[in-house]
Ligand binder design. Sequence first.
Ligand code: CAA
Length: 305
Amino acid sequence: TLTRHLSSTTAPRDVRRLAVFGAGSMGSGIAQVAATGGIKVTMADVREDALERGMEGIKKSLARVAKKQSPDDIDGFVQRVLANIETTTNGEQAVADVDLVIEAVIEHLPLKQELFARLDKAARPDTIFASNTSSLLVQDIAQSVSPERRALFGGLHFFNPAVMMKLVEVVRTPQTNDEAYNLLLHFVDQIGKVGVKAKDVPGFIVNRLLVPYKLEAVRMLERGDASAEDIDIAMKLGAGYPMGPFELFDYVGNDVTEFVSQAWVPYADKGLLPKELVKPVPMLTKMVAEGKLGRKSGAGFYDYS
Ligand code: CAA
C-alpha cells in the first residue's frame, strides 16, 4: 500500500516521536494506537484530570486488545505499550523534539488556531503538524502558523473508536508540500491503519457522505416513515452497515453530529456544500437541548439506563 500512496521516490522517514494534543476519546485513542506501533508518544492536555481520564481509557482499551493479541501475557503487553506514553500539561515541552504533532482538541476554530500558533514557535522547524478535525477545513486552522509551517500542515482524520477503526483520511491542503504529505501517509502505514487521500473539503470523504445520511435518517423518522428500530435493522441487514444510523448517533453522541452540521453552515453559505444539506433537523435539535445525547448521557434514540 505504501507505493500506491507515494508521489515521490524518496522514502519518508519513520515517525519516532509524536505529540498528541487532547486526551479525550480521539486523542487518547490516537495516542494508544501510535504507542502500540512502537512510537514514543507525549499526550498533552490543559487539564490534569483529563489526562488521568484519558490514561484510564487507554488502560481499559489495552486490556481488551491484549486479551486477543497477547492472551498469555496481558500485563506485559499493556506495560510495553504504556511505557511508550508520557503525559503533560506543558504544550511547549510536549512538542520540543517530536517528528509529528496531532491535534485532537475540541472543535473550536480559534482554540485550535491559538494552540498551533503557540506550538509553531516551540517545535523544530521540520516538525509536521496535523489536525484530527472532522468539521473544519484544515487550511482554516493552518492560517495561524507561519507560511513555512503551513507547507508542513495537513489533516489526519481518525474515526471513533480510533483503536478499532482501520481508516485514516489523510488530508492535503493547497499549501501542504509533498514531503509532509508523504510523511503523513507513511505514518498511517506505520501504525497499521489504512490511509485514503482526501482533499480539504467539508467532511472530507466519510463525513461528507455519513453526516447527510444520518440527518436524512432523522428526517425519515420525523416524517413517520418507519421506526428508529426498523431503520437501524434495515440499514444493518439491507446495506451491511455495522450499526444502524440511530445506533451510530447514540454511539458518537447526538451533540457531536448536530455540532458538525452546524459547523458546516458557513461552508454552505460559501457554496462549498448544498444548503439543504445543513437545514436544521428539529427532532435532533430538541434531543440535544434536552440532554439526550446518546450512550454517554444514558439516553438518546435508545434508552441505556
Ligand atoms: N478498544 C479496544 N477494543 C475495542 C474497543 C476499544 N475502544 N471498542 C470495541 N472493541 C473491540 C471489542 O473488544 C470487540 O472484540 P471481541 O469481539 O473480539 O471481544 C470488538 O471490538 C467488537 O466490539 P463489540 O462486540 O462491542 O461491537 P461491534 O462488533 O459492533 O464493533 C464497532 C464495534 C467497531 C464500533 C462497530 O460497531 C462499528 O464499526 N461501528 C461503526 C462505527 C463508525 O461508523 N464510526 C464512525 C463514526 S463517525 C460519525 O459518525 C460521523 C459523525 O456523526 C460526526
